[in-house]
Design a binder for this molecule. Sequence first.
Ligand code: PGA
Length: 230
Amino acid sequence: MIYAANFKTNHTRKSTENYIVELNEKLRAKHPEDKVYIFPPATALNDYEGDFTIGTQNAYAAHNGAYTGEIGLEQLDEFGIKTILIGHSERREYMAETQEKAAAKFSFFQKQDFEIIYCIGEPLEIREKGFEAVMQYLLAQFEGIDIGYDKLIVAYEPIWAIGTGRSATVEEISTTHRALKKAINDKPLLYGGSVKPANIKEITSIAGVDGVLVGSASLDVESFSQMVLS
Ligand code: PGA
């Protein structure tokens, strides 16, 4: 299983350091085949050592240059970061990242041999239209994306389940993952959206779920490690 923690705009450099120290303690009990990823805010990126991978929540598709407020490859290289989240619904919505931009970012970081966790997900009004509408919406988020890329991990995160406390049902996750797995040639597929210690087992037991991307419930190291060790 893959357990990925997305801190979003939470934690500082100092609190991330403390988190990593505690996480390392907890991860001694981790199953060797499980993989852990931590996506701290950009100011907390560092070359931390441990049985996990540090990734960036975002970056600009450039080595360096005049892109005020952004970080590029040069800043990631400093800390040996080779993993990135692309296409998260919050970036699509609040930062107006279009499919075209997400695809351009994807190809840039693919060329740099990054491991890419590529996020897709539908809003509630699409889910309410039924399964066919959901699949059509999700598949459109692969436009311009090379699904043959060997360092691709996909994360399915229904927008209505993110940060709401209401995860998708086992049935919804199961049918969506089954269809997505076919579409992405069996690439690793994570579920995200209100994953927490109380539902981790239920979610990771679903066929077609290769791991989870966790926001709110990953902020507390106790809660996140409980899920990793579940
Ligand atoms: P959540 O966020 O766990 O707080 O629902 C998940 C995500 O956005 O990756």
